[in-house]
Structure formats: structure tokens, C-alpha cells
Design a protein around this ligand. Structure first.
Ligand code: B3K
Ligand code: ZN
Length: 874
């Protein structure tokens, strides 16, 4: 289909001042009456054109008069009403079928028809599946919503905004009304109806507004909502303190569902959450998941200002709300826990998910210039790289300057739908700076490479650092401009101390760390008063989303791994060293880097002062996916073997130290959630994995005991994973016991599916096929599909990228089935083929044939899947 272009953006010809909805809700058929108060926007004469898809129109009235068939035009994408004038009121009645809606966009049913509940998902373009409307984010309207339904079947009725009355109706029905005083775009609309329980808490904002915080869930889940409610309160306080942002309605509602395409949705005053990011209990939730829940609860809450009060002009600006909100969420999580660890996790996610995207056929700018299907742009680039761009801006302005900037952004644009330019302008204006050069970061796809060359001159005691930048071409963007790249740097002396930094021309040294702004293709920075050839520490804290290409020697990397003062850079030095060790292992070459890596880690292993969680990260080599990115021609088996060399060498080097360390950590085991206990569990998981390699008998025995006596899910799952991944004899029995113990617990079963799908083995496909026959498996539930199919296709390179191509053809068949059920889930899964072009020739040919077979059916595929296929094959 024809792409939508950013350059084609035009302000809407019509506005809607007020949307009044009356919804008669039921499982099979719901009736939606909409009353739209219309205004012409500007002087144009364009006829009124409303979006609508899959709606059965029952009646249509303009200004109180029923329209005759010739007075309006219906087609597959909407409705045209030539007679509408400025000030007209249009009333439509449509019927929709929630139970048949398996795409989970618009109004749909969550759970079984007898017991499930109704809910909506509108972002990006789901509102048009509920009623005829101007379904675009730059049309902001006030909403009054009345819900009516059978009281016994749907005792709880919810919509956005403040409750405004409720009551009984004849025939056992009832109604509830909600008024949202804040104008909002249609994508933030939501309603929920069903048998739900809730927990609640009173909250008073810093400004003094009393708010009821409520979380709704089905009866079997309501006992698992307490943690999220606590997290919500922490997020609200944090946004008041750090950004001066207060909540703005009398209620804040969150609803949990097991049937959701994404993580969660920030509908105004009525967030809807995938249960995976909301429900928590010690028996079934891991430490990582607790942190994710806190982060997602905060993320959706933060959208209330970055996204809702100030929204996006069009969908090209998606990162305006997502990048900024991810950045806010990351800062919040850093404040709630360990900033260094959080940074390591975020960079590692970026490298695993966004760098490959930026280097492959689906590469796109943080603000793309065109799209065919906007659902396919909820990507790591828009979210995670977008957050890195905001982080660069925040770093450039400093904490106070950034706060001045966001204050101005909110003051200037509250109630508006704006662009990335507006954001940069507000941040700049508040600080007397021109930040527009950063716009190129939003427009240009691809990960910049930064190369550093250094020259030390003993005679003049000067040190010249020459930095060059280069961004490889991406689809549709052959030529790249240089970008403004802030590089936070420090220089180490050989004794491990940091040297004071003085640039040529400066009167005196200023600090031991500073930011160099690389703005040209190449630039030289000359430091003076440098007493010895220093060891540079570049891109500290990952100050820009770039790849630093250096030829730092293994010994220097090992030195920095031992002595770095920046937590992130210490980890990064270790990752680089591991990469060098990997490169050598892949070539079958000598292992100087490998020895240096193992020796440095062995020393750190004995360092009692080192935080346990950080140590766990240092002991983990880059993932197979990241390592595979280094290969010009990817053979996933070879990558796996080389990575195994790293793991086994480290296990052998730590050898006898592993078991005592494991025992010491295990002796302290309890179920508590504090940071120290979480850190111990994280290290214990890593040590147990290494122990299973070094001494399988003892490793398996320890894992078995840990599995049996675990205090919580983190230890239980870690033990199970250790058994399964190391092929322990006990693995089958442990899996069966886990399966029985958690029968009926969807979130716990997802972990069971995911774990098995990721076991790197030639037999992985058979295993996945067998798991698809498990009675708990269904293609209709996105979480289940992701747990099994995505974990396999994207998290198990060895198992998925079989040389015979069997898994490719198999996945293509699953994509066909899925596409008929849920296009956006199918499209997401199809991105597993992202790296096909870099595969070695045999696999590449197989992948291409499988993809081509599917692409041949493009006319019968959804726009979502066809778009991914077309770009992947282009
Ligand atoms: N804004 C939603 C994403 C909606 C996805 C639509 N396909 C979640 C979030 O980023 O908070
Ligand atoms: Zn978001």
C-alpha cells in the first residue's frame, strides 16, 4: 500500500470539540452511539471525512436529521459527509463485535466469553474500529462517555476521566458516566467492562489534589496488584519532585489483562496493562520482573504529561512521547536502585535490540519520514534510541538546564499536539541555546561509528586525541551527515589514577572527566600537561548511542576492567575484551585476550568490595546476538561454539573458587526483595551456571537443591534454567514439576515455555513443536506466542538458524496462521528475519526462499506483515 509521508502532513480540516459516546456493551455485539460537535479548522472547504474500519453503521444523523443514503458515502476506510458545516453535530450509531476481534485493537474480549471482560486498545489507530471519528493525534476533544451493560455480567464499568454518576436501568442493566475534562486525542480513549475486583489507595498530590488510585484485575489476580500500587505511588512522587509534574484527575485507574499486544497503554486516567507488567507475587515473579513492573508502571504514569497533556502532532513524532518517556522511566529506575547497573542494563538492551535493527533492512530514523503501517514503528529505535537522544540533550543541558527546558516545554505546549522541533526549541530557548543540530539525530538512521586515534608527545607533554565519525548507509539513506556527538572522556595514568584534563588554550585543568563535542567528520582534541602516555576512557556512561571502534590492546582493556571508576565503562571494557577473545576463538587463533579477560575477572571475583550484581554482569560475556553482529557472514553455530569457549574458559579459570562462593551466597538466601538480596541472587545465578560447566555433578546437585528449596521465583527459575541449559539428567523431572506446580498460572507458564524455547540445540525445533501441542499453548494469546515462538526465533540463534532452513519454513507457516488472528503480533514475530542477509550463504538462501514464499502471498496478508516482509526483502 502507499506509504504515508511526513512531508505530506497537513493540519486537519476539521476539529471535534466534544465527543459524547453512549456504549451499550455486550460480548457478541456492542452498540456505540457517537455525538460529535464539529468545527471547521481554518478557511478550507474540504468535506467532512471520518475514519472508520469494520463498523456496521446503523444510523446517521446530521444536526438532528436522519441522512438519506445519498447524503453520505461509506467505504472500507471511513465515511464522508459533504453536508457537514462549521458547528454541525453528527450522530452515528454503529455495531461492533468484540468477541470476534482477535487482533486486540479496538473493542475486544479478554478471556473466555463466559467470564472474560471487555476492553479497548486504541493506539495508534484503534478508535476508528469503535466509532467514526477523526482518528489522528492532532485532533483533541473533550469526551463524555456513558457505558450501559448488564449489571450481573458487567458489574464494573470504566472509562477515561472522572466518574460522573452511575445508576440502575430496567432489565438488570446499569449505567456509569465518565467525564474527561482534559482534551485528548482519540488514541488515548479507553473503556473497560466486566467482573473485576480492585484495590485502592488515597493519594494527595504535591499541589493538594486528592486522588483515588485503583488497580482492577480479575478475582484470581487481584491479590497480586499490591506491588504495582506501591510502584505507582513512588512514580507519582518522583514526577512531582524531579519534573514538578502533578496528577490531574480525581481517579487514576489501572486494569490488568492477559490479552494485550504490547506491554501497557497510557490511556488518560485509565491505563491498561498486560498482566505480565503488573501482577507480582514472590512465588511467581522474578527480581528482574519486579524491576520491570516498577518501570512500566512508572512509564505509563509518566505519559500523563509526556504524551497525554502534551501529545504528538502526527505518528512520525512517536518518539517525542516514547523516547522522552523511556528516558524518564530509566532515570526513575536508576533513582530507585543502582544507577550504574541500570545503565549497563539499558545499554545492553540497546545493543541487543536496537543496534541490529539499525544495521538491518528495517533500519529507520527515530523520527521516520514515512511508514506504511504505524504499528510497525513501535520499535527499539523509536523507544530506546529515542531515549538515548533525550539523554544526550539532558546531558548537554545539565540537570537544572534540562528541568528549565522541560518546564518551558510543558508550559508552552500543554494541551497541544506538537513535534520534535517544538521539543528541541523549548529545551534550547529555556537555556539560550540552539539545539536544532540535534534534529539530525532524529532524522538519520544507522549507528554512528566513532574512531579514535591518539598521539602522545613526550617532549611537549601533550596528548592528541583525533576522533572521526562515520555512519554506514541505511535503506533509503545512502549519504549521512556528521552528527553532534558528546563524548564523555577521562584519561587514566598507568597507576590507575585519573589525570586532570586541560585542553590546549585553557588556563587551567578543569576536572578529571569532561565532554568533548564531536561535530565534524573528524576533529582533534589536544590535551596539555599530560605527564605520561595516558589510557583513554571514552564514551563514559555511554554518553551517545554510537559504536566506538578502537584498537585498544587486551592488556589495556584488562587494566580498565580492573580499575575503571565509571561502572558502565568498566563493564564495557570487559565486554570489549570478551569480544576480542571471541574474535580470536572464532578464528581459532591464540587466546591472549581470552587469558586477559579470565585473569581480570578472576581478580575481580575475589574483590569483596565489588557489588555482587555488578560482578554478575562483569562475568557475563556479550550475548550470541551481539557477538553475531560482529561477523560479516554469520554462522550461528560457529558463534555459539566460540562463545562457549569464553564461558568454559572462565568457568575453568574460576574453578575451585566457584563452589564456595555459591555456597556462601546460597547460605544467605531469603525471599526478600531489597537490593542486596537481589544482587546476591543475580550473582548466584551466574556462579551456578559457571559451576555447572566446571563441575557438572556438583553443579547439578546444587541446582537441584536450589530448585527444591527455593524461597522465590528468581532462585527457582535460575536453578531450573541451569539444569535445562546444561543438559542435566534432572532437567526433565524439574520441568515437569514446575509445569504441575504452576498449572493455571499464565505468567509462570510463559517462563516455562520461554526457557525451553531458548535452549541452544539442534533439536530446538522439535522441542518447540512439541511445546505447541501442550494444552496450555495457543496462538491467540500474544504473551504465549512471544514466550514460545519469539523466544525461539529471536532468542535462540543456534536452534532457529538451522542450516537446512527447516525452522525458517516452519516459522513462515506459523506467521500465516498468526496473521489471520493478530496482524501486529505476526508482524513483530516476522522481524526475526531481520538479519537474514548477513547469514552465511547456505542459510541465507534458505531464509530468502522461505521469505519469498510468504511474500508471494502478500495480497492475502495483513498490511502489518506485508510491510515487514517487503522491507525485509528489499
Ligand atoms: N503507547 C503504548 C504503545 C501502544 C502500541 C500500539 N500499537 C505503550 C507505551 O509505550 O507506553
Ligand atoms: Zn510509552
Amino acid at each position: 500500500s502507499r506509504p504515508v509521508l511526513l512531508s505530506d502532513y497537513r493540519a486537519p480540516a476539521w476539529r471535534i470539540e466534544h465527543v459524547e459516546l453512549a456504549c451499550d456493551l455486550d460480548i457478541d455485539a456492542s452498540e456505540i452511539r457517537a455525538r460529535l460537535a464539529l468545527r471547521r479548522n481554518g478557511a478550507g472547504a474540504a468535506p467532512l471525512r471520518l475514519d472508520g474500519e469494520g463498523l456496521a453503521l446503523r444510523s446517521i444523523n446530521l444536526d438532528g436529521r436522519a441522512l438519506e443514503p445519498g447524503e453520505y458515502m461509506l467505504d472500507a476506510e471511513g465515511l464522508t459527509v459533504p453536508g457537514a458545516r462549521d458547528g454541525s453535530v453528527l450522530e452515528t450509531v454503529v455495531r461492533v463485535e468484540p468477541a470476534k476481534n482477535t487482533a486486540l485493537e479496538g473493542l475486544y474480549l479478554s478471556g473466555p466469553r463466559e467470564t472474560g471482560f471487555l476492553l479497548t486498545q486504541c493506539e495508534a489507530q484503534g478508535f476508528r474500529r469503535i466509532t467514526y471519528c477523526l482518528d489522528r493525534p492532532d485532533v483533541l476533544a473533550r469526551y463524555t462517555v456513558t457505558l450501559r451493560a448488564d449489571r450481573a455480567r458487567f458489574p464494573v464499568l470504566l472509562a477515561n476521566g472522572n466518574p460522573d454518576g452511575a445508576g440502575a436501568l430496567p432489565d438488570g442493566r446499569h449505567w456509569a458516566r465518565f467525564v474527561d475534562p482534559h482534551p485528548k486525542p482519540s488514541y488515548l480513549f479507553a473503556l473497560v467492562a466486566g467482573r473485576l475486583e480492585h484495590i485502592e489507595r488515597d493519594y494527595v498530590t504535591a499541589e493538594g489534589r486528592a486522588v483515588k488510585l485503583r488497580i482492577f484485575a480479575e478475582a484470581d489476580a487481584i491479590g497480586r496488584c499490591g506491588y504495582a500500587l506501591d510502584a505507582l505511588e513512588r512514580a507519582m512522587r518522583w514526577d512531582e519532585r524531579v519534573y514538578g509534574r502533578n496528577y490531574d484527575l480525581d481517579v487514576f485507574h489501572i486494569v490488568a489483562t492477559h490479552d494485550f499486544n504490547m506491554g501497557a497503554m497510557e490511556n488518560k486516567g485509565l491505563n491498561i496493562f498486560n498482566a505480565k507488567y503488573l501482577l507480582a507475587d514472590p512465588d511467581a515473579t522474578t527480581d528482574d520482573e519486579y524491576r520491570q513492573i516498577e518501570a512500566v508502571v512508572a512509564h505509563e504514569y509518566f505519559h500523563n504529561w509526556t504524551g497525554n497533556r502534551v501529545t504528538c502532532r502526527d505518528w512520525f513524532q512517536l518518539s517525542l512521547k516514547e523516547g522522552l518517556t523511556v528516558f524518564r522511566e530509566q532515570s526513575f529506575s536508576a533513582d530507585m536502585g543502582s544507577p550504574a547497573l541500570k545503565r549497563i542494563e539499558d545499554v545492553s538492551t540497546l545493543r541487543r535490540a536496537q543496534f541490529p535493527e539499525d544495521a538491518g533492512p528495517l533500519a529507520h530514523a527515530v523520527r521516520p519520514a514515512q511508514y506504511c503501517e504505524i504499528n510497525n514503528f513501535y520499535t527499539a529505535t523509536v523507544y530506546e534510541k529515542g531515549a538515548e537522544l533525550v539523554r544526550m540533550l539532558a546531558g548537554r543541558l545539565g540537570a537544572d538546564g534540562f528541568r528549565r527546558g522541560t518546564d518551558l516545554y510543558f508550559a508552552r505546549h500543554d494541551g497541544q499536539a506538537v513535534t520534535v522541533e517544538d521539543f528541541l526549541k523549548a529545551l534550547g530557548d529555556a537555556n539560550g541555546l540552539d539545539l536544532m543540530p540535534y534534529l539530525d539525530w532524529y532524522r538519520q538512521a544507522g549507528t554512528p561509528r566513532v574512531r579514535a586515534r591518539e598521539v602522545y608527545d613526550a617532549a611537549t607533554r601533550s596528548y592528541a586525541l583525533t576522533l572521526g565519525q562515520h555512519t554506514p548507509p541505511t535503506p533509503g539513506q545512502a549519504q549521512k551527515r556528521p552528527l553532534p556527538i558528546p563524548l564523555r572522556v577521562a584519561l587514566f595514568a598507568r597507576d590507575g589514577r585519573l589525570l586532570p584534563l586541560r585542553l590546549e588554550g585553557e588556563a587551567a585543568a578543569a576536572g578529571e572527566e569532561r565532554v568533548l563535542e564531536l561535530t565534524a567528520a573528524e576533529q582533534t582534541f589536544r590535551f596539555v600537561d599530560v605527564p605520561e602516555p595516558p589510557l583513554p576512557s571514552l564514551l563514559r556512561g555511554f554518553s551517545a548511542p554510537v559504536i566506538v571502534e578502537s584498537d585498544e590492546a587486551p592488556a589495556d582493556l584488562a587494566f580498565r576492567l580492573r580499575h575503571e571508576s565509571d561502572g558502565y565503562n568498566r563493564w564495557d571494557a570487559g565486554q570489549r575484551l570478551a569480544q576480542l577473545a571471541f574474535d580470536a576463538a572464532l578464528r581459532g587463533g591464540p587466546g591472549t585476550a581470552l587469558v586477559a579477560w579470565c585473569e581480570a575477572l578472576a581478580a575481580l571475583f575475589d574483590d569483596a568490595a565489588l557489588d555482587a550484581a555488578l560482578l554478575a554482569e562483569l562475568l557475563t560475556p556479550p550475548s550470541a546476538v551481539e557477538l553475531g553482529e560482529r561477523c560479516a557472514e554469520l554462522d550461528p553455530d560457529a558463534v555459539h561454539e566460540a562463545r562457549e569457549t569464553l564461558e568454559n574458559s572462565l568457568a575453568a579459570r574460576l574453578g575451585a573458587a566457584l563452589e564456595p562462593r555459591y555456597r556462601a551466597l546460597h547460605a544467605q538466601a531469603d525471599g526478600t526483595l531489597d537490593a542486596a538480596a537481589q544482587a546476591r541472587r543475580r550473582l548466584k545465578r551466574r556462579v551456578l551456571d559457571l559451576l555447572c560447566r566446571h563441575d557438572p555433578a556438583r553443579g547439578h546437585a546444587s541446582a537441584r537443591l536450589q530448585f527444591d528449596g527455593a524461597h522465590g521465583m528468581t532462585d527457582r527459575l535460575a536453578a531450573l534454567a541451569a539444569l535445562v541449559r546444561s543438559g542435566a539428567r534432572e532437567a526433565g523431572d524439574a520441568l515437569a514439576r514446575y509445569r504441575r506446580r504452576y498449572d493455571g498460572n499464565a505468567l509462570a507458564l510463559d517462563k516455562w515455555f520461554a526457557l525451553q524455547a531458548q535452549v541452544p540445540a539442534a533439536t530446538a525445533l522439535q522441542r518447540v513443536q512439541a511445546l505447541m501441542r501442550d494444552p496450555a499453548f495457543t496462538l491467540r494469546n500474544p504473551n504465549r506466542v512471544y514466550a514460545l515462538l519469539r523466544s525461539y526465533a529471536q532468542g535462540n540463534p543456534v536452534g532457529f538458524h538451522r542450516a537446512d532452513g527447516a525452522a525458517y519454513f516452519w516459522l513462515v507457516e506459523r506467521l500465516r496462521e498468526l496473521d489471520a488472528i493478530n496482524p501486529s503480533v505476526a508482524a513483530r514475530l516476522a522481524t526475526a528475519f531481520n538479519g537474514w542477509r548477513r547469514l552465511e550463504p547456505v542459510r541465507r538462501r534458505q531464509a530468502q526462499q522461505a521469505l519469498a514464499a510468504l511474500a508471494a502471498d502478500a495480497p492475502r496478508l495483513s498490511r502489518d506483515l506485508a510491510d515487514i516482509l517487503e522491507r525485509t526483502l528489499a
